[in-house]
Design a protein around this ligand. Structure first.
Ligand code: AMP
Length: 181
């Protein structure tokens, strides 16, 4: 695919996001971002765009399993800051702190390794999609419980009709996404 230099980043991203109806359950329109990863330049530009919207450099980026890991690692690498993974229950091998929450579909428990976040670190939260906001809140609560502060939220996609942004607004600004549906 050749991309015009006049095509906006959001348009290029939109062209790569695959809408999968009724996945993983009826009624959910799943935003499949795996085609985005076929395009290294697009991944690079998404990362640069999210970084450009931050007013200050965070001390670390906290990324949510599993689709938050991809661009999350690029954010950490480009900003030259630590990456702290938040994972589903039972995946992290050392001592963990847990937080249980409700998803757009079902419920889940996320965990973070204890003692990794340094006191008063300003931590950017990153995930692929902001839907209802439950996952982002879980990550933010885990970071705060570990002594960190929330520096902002960065997503590839926001599902604005689910009002997740309103739910996480009390934590901090900025709350950024490259594309909003
Ligand atoms: P939520 O906690 O409701 O904001 O959901 C966000 C998390 O669930 C992210 O980790 C997303 O990967 C995933 N997710 C929720 N809804 C969707 C969707 N419609 N398409 C793709 N991923 C979704």
């Amino acid at each position: 695919m050749s991309i015009s230099t006049h095509t906006s980043l959001a348009e290029r991203l939109n062209a790569c996001i695959r809408n999968v109806p009724d996945f993983p359950q009826p009624g959910i329109l799943f935003k499949d971002i795996t085609p985005v990863f076929l395009d290294w330049q697009l991944c690079n530009d998404i990362t640069d765009e999210l970084i450009s919207r931050l007013k200050t450099k965070p001390d670390a980026v906290c990324v949510v399993e599993s689709r938050g890991f991809f661009i999350g690692m690029m954010l950490a690498h480009k900003m030259q800051i630590p990456l702290v993974p938040v994972r589903k229950k039972g995946k992290l091998p050392s001592e963990t702190r847990a937080y249980t929450y409700t998803l757009e579909y079902g419920s889940a428990t996320l965990e973070i390794h204890k003692g990794v976040i340094k006191k008063d670190w300003n931590v950017l939260i990153h995930d692929d999609v902001l839907a209802t906001g439950g996952t982002a809140i879980a990550a933010a609560e885990l970071v705060k419980a570990e002594g960190g502060k929330i520096a902002g939220f960065a997503f590839i996609v926001e599902l604005a009709f689910l009002s997740g942004k309103e739910k996480i607004a009390s934590y901090t600004a900025p709350i950024e996404s490259v594309i909003s549906y």
